[in-house]
Design a protein around this ligand. Structure first.
Ligand code: PLP
Length: 235
């Protein structure tokens, strides 16, 4: 990566932060209530350095081996790593040991393993349940109907802290259509809270649907392309 690209990353981060602030204002969200998670999957370590130089401290990664080498490289930095990819059960130990957050829990077994494998000396691992808000159009995430039961079970586990819900809707261009799955997720969070499950996080919104997500109450937007540029197809 050359210097121009590093400058571009810095500029993109400033641009996205300003956009988030503008959107917060537009939808009467509290200033600073939406956190920017920089999705650095498949990007080289230099890209993380460029973002870190702009004071970006939260990074999202999907592929464990790729992530571990970046975490190793940044050991002395105050970076918080978020795991946002699909989780195989034989990978939970390294996820439990190396990340601050996991956004993609969709079954109890994975949550149990993460809880067992998290060092009790560490702060609890923050987790979100991934919910399928797009029905047939999406294979990942638990159904809306099953979420309350799973949330209750996860709330009982030590060493992990249930923080909220996450969703990746089917990709759509129309703004009002984009809002619908995000609204479902917000209403589901409200429903869980009415059952005394304390949640403070809605992980929703990516480069193409960030505004719709913030309009519907997102607290973490996961942004890759708009910061780091286009990825290779299938990454
Ligand atoms: C890749 C990815 C993102 C970032 O998507 P962009 O469209 O590049 O902003 C966000 N969330 C998850 C779970 C991802 O896999």
């Amino acid at each position: 990566m050359n210097h121009a690209s590093q400058n571009t990353i810095a500029e993109n981060i400033k641009f996205i932060r300003n956009r988030i602030a503008d959107i917060e204002k537009k939808y009467s969200r509290q200033p600073g209530s939406v956190q920017l998670l920089a999705v650095s999957k498949t990007r080289p370590i230099e890209d993380i350095h460029a973002a870190f130089a702009e004071n970006q401290l939260h990074f999202g990664e999907n592929y464990l081996q790729d992530a571990l080498s970046k975490i190793e490289d940044n050991q002395n930095q105050s970076i918080e790593w978020h795991f946002i990819g699909p989780i195989q059960s034989n990978k939970t130990r390294q996820i439990a040991q190396n990340f601050s957050w996991v956004h993609t829990i969709d079954r109890l077994k994975i949550a149990q393993r993460l809880s067992e494998q998290r060092d009790p000396e560490q702060k609890p691992l923050n987790v979100c349940i991934q919910v399928n808000t797009s029905g047939e159009n999406s294979k990942s995430g638990i159904s809306i109907e099953e979420t309350l039961t799973l949330a209750k079970q996860i709330s009982e586990l030590p060493n992990i802290q249930l923080r909220g819900l996450m969703t990746i809707p089917a990709s759509i261009d129309d703004f009002e259509q984009q809002r619908l799955p995000f609204r479902l997720l917000r209403e589901l969070k409200d429903e869980l809270q009415s059952h005394s499950i304390e949640l403070d996080t809605l992980s929703m919104g990516m480069s193409n649907d960030m505004e719709a997500a913030i309009a519907e109450g997102s607290t973490i937007v996961r942004i890759g392309t708009a910061i780091f540029g286009q990825r290779n197809k299938n990454d």
